[in-house]
Ligand binder design. Structure first.
Ligand code: SF4
Length: 347
C-alpha cells in the first residue's frame, strides 16, 4: 500500500479502499523521540515562531520522513492547513485537499465521500467494505472507553492513547486490534480503581478533557492521577474513534455526519453536555494550543458548561511546566472541596 499522510482524522475507509495506508502526521510528530527537531525543520524553512506547534510538527515530519502524498483537510479542522498545503506543494509533495461539508448533513456527506472516492480512483462501495473491516477496531475502542468511565479500570492516559490512535489505527489495523484486545482482557482482570469507596468520601475526582489532543499528553494524564483525579471522558479522542454503540449508523455518510469534530461548537456541545452527568464528571479541563483559533471557543464552553473548568494552554513544551502543575493542583483542590461540599449537603 502507498503511504498517505493525513493532517487530522479523515474518512480512512475511502483511503484504504483506494489502496493507501493512512498515517496520521500528528501521531508521527508527537511520538518522535525528538519532536523539537521536527519543529526546527519547519522554523528553518520559514514557518513563524507564532505558528501552532502541531502545524510545524506536521511539516517537519513530512520533510524528515520523505512522505510524498498528503491529504490535507482544508475545512473542518484548521485554517493553517491551507497554507501548509501550499508550502508542501511548493516543496514538491503531492497534496490532495479534502473539505468536510459545512454542516453534518448526511446527503452532503455522501456527496463529499463520493468526490473523495473519485479523486482517489475508488468507489464508495469499496469504502463501505473497508468500513465493515474497521468495525471490530471501533467496537474495541468503544469497549475500552466503557471500561474507563463505567468499569473504572482504564487510566485516562490509556483511554487517550488508544482513542487518539484510531485516526490511523497505528498504521496496522490488525496489530491495533490485537494489542487493544489484549489490553481489554487485562483490564477485565484489574481491580476497580478503589474508586467507589474513595468517591463516597469525595476523594477521587472524575474529570473530562475537551479540546484538541495535548502536546504534553502522557505527563498531563499522569500528573492529574497523582492529584487524585482521573480523566473519564476524552472528548475529541473519542470522536476520532467514532463509537457506534447503538448500531444506528448504517453507512459511511451517517458515520461521518455523527462525527462532531469538524463542525460548530454547538454540534460538539451536543455530544459533550450529555456525557458530563452520564459519566459523573466533577470538573473539566479545556486544552487549547497556543496560536490556535479554537482557543476562542473557551468563551462558549464556559458559557454552556455548568462545572468548574480549567483552561490549559500548551505551546512547545512537551512536558508540563511547574506553572501548569501548580494550576492543576489548585484546580483539583477547588473541585474536591466542591465535591465534598455537595456530598455533605446530600447527607
Ligand atoms: S491546534 Fe489549532 S492551530 Fe494547531 S493544528 Fe490544531 S486546529 Fe490548527
Amino acid at each position: 500500500m502507498t503511504t498517505i499522510g493525513i493532517t487530522t482524522t479523515v474518512p480512512t475507509e475511502v483511503l484504504l479502499a483506494a489502496g493507501y495506508q493512512p498515517v496520521d502526521l500528528n501521531n508521527l510528530f508527537i511520538s518522535d523521540p525528538d519532536p523539537e527537531r521536527l519543529v526546527d525543520i519547519a522554523e528553518r524553512a520559514g514557518f513563524p515562531i507564532n505558528c501552532c506547534t502541531w502545524i510545524k510538527g506536521i511539516y517537519g515530519v513530512v520533510m524528515d520522513q520523505g512522505i510524498d502524498t498528503v491529504l490535507c483537510v482544508t475545512s473542518g479542522d484548521c485554517s493553517n492547513t491551507i497554507m501548509l498545503m501550499e508550502v508542501l506543494k511548493l516543496k514538491g509533495r503531492n497534496v490532495i485537499p479534502f473539505a468536510y461539508p459545512a454542516h453534518p448533513d448526511v446527503s452532503q456527506m455522501q456527496y463529499t465521500l463520493e468526490s473523495l472516492a473519485q479523486t482517489l480512483n475508488t468507489t464508495l462501495d469499496a469504502a463501505e467494505e473497508a468500513r465493515i473491516k474497521l468495525e471490530k477496531a471501533r467496537r474495541l475502542a468503544h469497549e475500552l472507553d466503557e471500561l474507563t468511565w463505567r468499569g473504572n479500570v482504564v487510566s485516562g492516559w490509556e483511554n487517550h492513547f488508544w482513542l487518539v490512535s484510531s485516526s490511523d489505527f497505528m498504521v496496522d489495523i490488525d496489530e491495533y486490534e490485537r494489542q487493544l484486545d489484549q489490553l481489554i482482557t487485562e483490564c477485565h482482570d484489574r481491580e476497580e480503581r478503589g474508586e467507589r469507596q474513595e468517591r463516597k468520601k469525595g476523594n477521587i475526582l472524575r474529570l473530562a478533557y475537551i479540546g484538541v489532543p495535548p502536546i504534553f499528553a502522557r505527563d498531563l494524564y499522569d500528573f492529574v492521577e497523582s492529584q487524585g483525579a482521573r480523566v473519564v471522558f476524552n472528548e475529541i479522542q473519542r470522536q476520532f474513534a467514532m463509537p457506534n454503540p447503538d448500531n444506528s449508523q448504517n453507512s459511511l455518510a451517517e458515520q461521518y455526519s455523527s462525527y462532531t469534530y469538524p463542525y460548530s461548537l454547538s454540534d460538539r456541545l451536543n455530544d459533550i453536555l450529555p456525557q458530563l452527568p452520564y459519566r459523573r464528571v466533577d470538573g473539566v479541563i479545556h486544552y487549547v494550543q497556543a496560536f490556535c483559533h479554537r482557543g476562542i471557543g473557551d468563551i462558549i464552553f464556559r458559557h454552556h458548561i455548568d462545572l468548574p473548568i480549567l483552561t490549559l494552554e500548551g505551546n512547545n513544551d512537551y512536558l508540563l511546566t511547574q506553572h501548569l502543575k501548580t494550576r492543576i493542583e489548585a484546580f483539583t483542590d477547588i473541585v474536591r472541596r466542591r465535591a465534598q461540599a455537595s456530598l455533605v449537603s446530600r447527607r
